[in-house]
Design a protein. Structure first.
Length: 292
């Protein structure tokens, strides 16, 4: 896929062996705002199981790849996604240590990815069609992770609100790598299948799944938070405040991005900036520590 004018090309994707120290990070890492904190914390509930599923599906797809460049990108993607899953999994342990037991909801998420979207003991053409459909779903999800990665890199309101720098570094390191590899899942799907109808179907399924999980995940976190104790109702209606405040993405940002995805001419490289992502990775405390 051709990069945008002025953007770096032919980047070799590599996993960065990052670590984070959660010992000093409060449960409400956006001070005095458990609602916004948990709207973003839903990510931690979804990503370990989701990205482990990405890795599994892409490994299954590798034998069908006939292009050396795409194969190299897929291998780099697999390494980065495995590190993302492991890093967010540690955050879940941190929540449990602070009295927020997220394991019941995480088990539901694991059922979706391992059960509903897992292997179905299919063979032959049916197995290949199901594999390619799951690659299409990953490409749709990766559109959102790329858009969200671009958002978190530019979310200065979180800094002004006093968000904990360790959590911001995790989110921005992850977001930067999502921007860095934002083209890989789309390239793989177009290489394996490329059906426009398949892309539209996968996006429709993805929107439904993500909206449902985010709504239920936020309600779960607000109800189980040992400090809030259910005094504040959870739900996506809170985005009407947190979005305009710059503390979370907005529907006005995500809606148009979906319309761009549905264009036949869609290119992931038109979402976000590789240069900005690489610049953050060059300054991220965790990413730089991994080089030493």
């Amino acid at each position: 896929m051709t990069a945008q004018l002025g953007e770096p090309e032919n980047i070799v994707l590599q996993a960065r062996d990052v670590t984070f120290d959660w010992s000093g990070v409060p449960l409400h890492w956006i001070p005095n705002d458990p609602v916004a904190t948990h709207l973003i914390n839903v990510l931690h509930l979804l990503l370990p199981a989701g990205e482990e599923w990405f890795v599994k599906v892409f490994k299954e797809a590798l034998p069908f790849v006939r292009d050396d460049r795409i194969r190299e990108d897929v291998l780099g993607f697999i390494g980065q996604e495995a590190m993302h899953a492991a890093s967010h999994d540690v955050v879940l342990d941190h929540f449990v240590d602070q009295g927020l037991d997220v394991r019941p909801f995480v088990r539901q998420v694991e059922f979706i990815f391992d059960g509903l979207l897992g292997d179905r003991d299919l063979t032959g053409e049916r197995a290949r069609a199901w594999l390619f459909e799951r690659v299409a779903i990953i490409a749709a999800i990766e559109h959102f992770t790329g858009v969200l990665g671009d958002w978190i890199l530019n979310a200065e309101a979180l800094d002004r609100a006093g968000a904990h720098p360790m959590m911001l570094d995790l989110l921005r390191w992850h977001g930067a790598e999502e921007v860095e590899h934002r083209h890989v899942a789309h390239d793989l799907y177009m290489h394996l299948d490329g059906s426009y109808a398949g892309r539209v179907r996968a996006m429709t399924q993805t929107i439904t799944m993500l909206l449902t999980l985010w709504q239920r995940g936020h309600r779960f976190l607000m109800a189980r938070d040992p400090l809030v104790r259910g005094r504040i109702k959870g739900g996506l209606f809170h985005l009407r405040r947190t979005g305009p405040a710059g503390l979370t993405p907005t529907g006005r940002m995500l809606g148009p991005s979906i319309m761009r995805y549905l264009k036949r001419s869609y290119s992931p490289l038109n979402e976000g900036s590789t240069s900005q992502a690489l610049a953050y990775l060059a300054s991220s405390p965790a990413a730089q520590a991994a080089l030493r």
